[in-house]
Design a protein around this ligand. Structure first.
Ligand code: ADP
Ligand code: ASP
Ligand code: MG
Length: 437
């Protein structure tokens, strides 16, 4: 096998024990030349992720609250790691610089990025690999838009100079050199960018589960692992909340046709999940997985003869545009249309928005369903089997779940249902057991 780019998530970088597992995985195959790491994650359930503490640090300074103690907790975690691993990366000096920057108004992005930066420095020293900072290589526009091609070139040129390197995930820089992070979980994206830029044959994403499971293991007991899944299906599942891999981590690997292998640092012998372009449905398998997201509002608009009214949907969309609100889905019937909107975009705008709809649309009724969740059932195999939707709806009805909205993608790759958030877990379990024995 050729070059492997690997990314180790927060739980794999949480303490000396985990980092020793990382070393034995990396050293067991000389092709594992480029290693992307996250900030130290939780060591046990009630523990804190370093990234969360760094964001908290920013919040403390913004509220003019004393931050010394919190900074000390973060520093001690790194000092402990430095001592445990027996490396010398000048954690004391690094923290003096962080504190100085903090006093001078450091941004949240800069502070959060220090978790990955220090983690990568330490792990590079521990493995005896070069440290390659992503500042100046992972590039964004001044407005914060990520630059795929420029990054690919800059990163590729730098990696070509190194035989082996450890690279911090999660962040890059704006044109003025200041730090910009991806959204949470973004080290997965960096891993994918490194795989593409280094022309890797495989992108291994090492985490704390033995691959992508057919449902969230925190909801369904012992869900089955998925051995193979297409980029397309995975994108649907990650977008819909299966949080194993950041939804934007798929694109760079997909562009370069690099398969992604999700693996378990705590069970390296498990084969994990292979995500690739191969989109032939797995034999005998109807659905590939089920995932969902909470915190949506559905606005149902009913107007007699709506279907004859040209430009009705356009008017709705232009009102939403005025409020700068994106929509998740717009399932429609003959005289009805439902707007599914994530709550984070509505916040204090909902009242005004409804008032505007009432004034401008001449609708017969507008109904509001709050506290909704969306659940996607995904599978390439669904297109070729009759009665999948019926089986899904029956399972939900039998479990006493009310379905408020249905959206079946024209690709027949997924069926999305809107249910009340109180029924979220029940619905996921019901769908899982309806299709997986
Ligand atoms: P990392 O820190 O390695 O990036 P994450 O916490 O981001 O790891 O992702 C792994 C976690 O995702 C698992 O521990 C599991 O709780 C959760 N998860 C949610 N949905 C799924 C799923 N369908 N399959 C596997 N894990 C899932
Ligand atoms: N440390 C960052 C986070 O917690 C990025 C990552 O782990 O992927 O979101
Ligand atoms: Mg993650």
């Amino acid at each position: 096998m050729g070059l492997i780019a690997c990314k180790f998530g927060g739980s794999s970088a949480a303490d000396g024990l985990q980092i020793r597992k990382v070393r034995s995985i990396v050293e067991s195959d000389p092709n594992r030349r480029f290693v992307v790491v996250s900030a130290p994650g939780k060591r046990y359930d009630a523990d804190n992720k370093i990234t969360d503490l760094l964001y908290l640090l920013k919040a403390q300074t913004e509220h003019n609250a004393p931050y010394g103690q919190l900074l000390q907790v973060i520093k001690e975690r790194f000092l402990g790691l430095e001592a445990d691993l027996g490396v010398q990366v000048d954690i004391v000096g690094e923290f003096a610089e962080i504190e100085e920057n903090l006093k001078n108004g450091a941004t949240a992005d800069y502070l959060a990025s220090r978790g990955e930066y220090l983690s990568a420095k330490m792990i590079a020293a521990f493995l005896g690999y070069d440290f390659v900072d992503t500042a100046g290589l992972v590039l964004f526009t001044a407005k914060g838009k990520f630059l795929y091609e420029e990054t690919n070139e800059a990163l590729g040129a730098e990696l070509a100079k190194h035989e082996r390197a450890v690279i911090p995930g999660f962040y890059g820089t704006l044109p003025d050199g200041s730090i910009k992070t991806f959204t949470r979980g973004g080290s997965d994206i960096t891993g994918s960018l490194v795989a593409r830029a280094a022309r890797a044959d495989t992108y291994e994403n090492w985490t704390d589960v033995s691959g992508f499971l057919m449902a969230d293991p925190r909801i369904v007991d012992n869900p089955k692992a998925i051995s193979n899944i297409s980029y397309k299906e995975l994108r649907e599942l990650s977008y819909m909340g299966a949080s194993v891999l950041h939804e934007n981590a798929i694109y760079p690997a997909r562009l370069a046709d690099i398969p992604i292998n999700i693996r378990n640092t705590n069970a390296p012998e498990d084969p994990g999940t292979i995500i690739s372009a191969d989109d032939t449905p797995q034999k005998g398998q109807i659905i590939t997985g089920v995932a969902g997201n909470k915190d949506f509002t559905v606005i149902g608009i009913y107007k007699n003869m709506m279907s004859n009214e040209i430009g009705f949907i356009k008017r709705i969309l232009s009102i939403l545009e005025d409020y700068d609100i994106p929509i998740e889905h717009i399932p429609s019937g003959i005289d009805t249309v439902s707007l599914v909107i994530a709550d984070k975009y509505l916040e204090d705008k909902l009242g005004d928005l409804i008032e505007d709809f009432e004034k401008k649309l001449g609708a017969d009724s507008i109904e509001l369903y709050e506290n909704m969740s969306l659940i996607a059932t995904v599978g390439l195999g669904m297109a070729s089997v009759h009665g999948v939707a019926a089986r899904l709806f029956n399972a939900l009805t039998d479990a006493g779940v009310n379905i408020r909205m249905i959206d079946q993608g024209s690709s027949e790759l997924n069926i999305i249902v809107g249910v009340e958030t109180k029924d979220f877990n029940t619905a996921i379990r019901a769908i899982y057991s309806a299709f997986i024995s």
